[in-house]
Design a protein around this ligand. Structure first.
Ligand SMILES: [Zn+2]
Length: 338
């Protein structure tokens, strides 16, 4: 099963063994690259860079999430020493149209109205890159809007990577997949383990006779089967983040016209009528539905391939992350000329 790291290693070796060795060799010689992950929110950008690190090793590759950087800086501000370090760094490196003090203020009161200017975000990213040392990086969350696209074109020069290759990785995930990932996600109220009743189930399933609804029971032994619950607002699915999705879509469309920078395309789904030809059954994401047997008082779990309509209305299967990762590794090796 491709959800298991040991099985995945065998699978990667079988499918892209030579490419992995070439990329490792390239990185071990001190070479790097910068890959911008472009896709809609909840497209799985973090997953693909983490699997890349799993396949080629994480000592020479890093995943840089802009959202995570800003959040961690926010935490740093509560610590006197870290706060002073940050201010010192910004006083030396930051240039922009608001003062360092104002940057700090905006970091503290993060609201959608008082957005951090791109100049400040770039300073924070530079600081993170200084800490990481020379590594190949996957950038997650930049460019976040149309105004930031130009910065991404000159990003490697700004960050001192100069002649290292840069590339854009387009992640095409049907909105229906994002919708169900959000709509059916649940969390354990005790240990906060996230799951999804449709595509990421636990071992034991409960049935609520009152509401006639099924629910997952947490697998964590310390939780002794506590009922996992949805988050408020998740029943809206993708509509809850529609505004963000539209901006992400505009950024993707704009970047698709970009000349001069290599592009890589990843597709999360495959039309059902092509699946036989191109993928094996074990590469398709399993989905679950449940039936309750009144007599035995047991819940029956029915596993079937996760089938959704893609954005063109074509009935498709959603692929597991591993086969998509194979496409990423192949194309990165190709772009790097290996
Ligand atoms: Zn739990």
């Amino acid at each position: 099963m491709l959800e298991d790291p040991v099985e995945r290693r065998k699978y990667f070796k079988l499918k892209v063994g030579p490419e992995i060795e070439k990329i490792k060799d390239y990185l071990n010689k001190g070479n790097t690259f910068i890959a911008f992950l472009v896709g809609k929110k909840n497209a799985g950008k973090g997953t693909y860079s983490k699997l890349f690190m799993e396949a080629v090793g994480s000592d020479k590759v890093a995943h840089l999430s802009i959202g995570d950087i800003v959040r961690s800086v926010d935490r740093d501000l509560q610590n006197e020493v870290k706060r002073a370090e940050l201010i010192k760094y910004l006083k030396e490196k930051y240039r922009g149209f608001i003062t360092v003090e104002e940057v700090i203020e905006r970091l503290k009161s993060r609201s959608t109205k008082n957005l951090l200017p791109t100049e400040a975000i770039l300073s924070l990213v530079e600081r993170e890159i200084d800490r990481l040392g020379r590594k190949a990086i996957f950038i997650d969350g930049f460019p976040r809007n149309l105004d930031q696209i130009s910065y991404s074109l000159f990003f490697r020069a700004l960050m001192g990577y100069r002649n290292d290759p840069d590339l854009f990785v387009f992640i095409d995930v049907p909105e229906a997949v994002i919708d169900e990932r959000l709509k059916y996600r649940v969390v354990c109220p005790k240990c906060f383990t996230p799951r999804n009743i449709r595509v990421l189930r636990t071992k034991n399933i409960g049935y609520d006779k009152l509401t006639k609804k099924f629910y997952l029971m947490c697998d964590n032994s310390a939780c002794s089967g506590v009922r996992m619950v949805p988050k408020e607002g998740d029943d809206l699915g993708i509509e809850a983040i529609r505004e963000r999705i539209e901006i992400d879509d505009k950024v993707m469309r704009m970047l698709l016209n970009l000349q001069g920078v290599p592009r890589i395309y990843l597709r999360n789904s495959i039309p059902i009528d092509q699946a036989n030809e191109y993928v094996d059954d074990y590469e398709i994401t399993p989905a679950y539905r449940y039936e309750y047997d009144e007599k035995t008082k047991e819940v029956k779990v029915i596993e079937e391939p996760w089938s959704i309509k893609d954005d063109n209305g074509v009935q498709s299967y959603s692929l597991l992350p591993a086969p998509v990762e194979v496409a990423l590794i192949k194309q990165i090796a190709h772009v790097l000329g290996l």
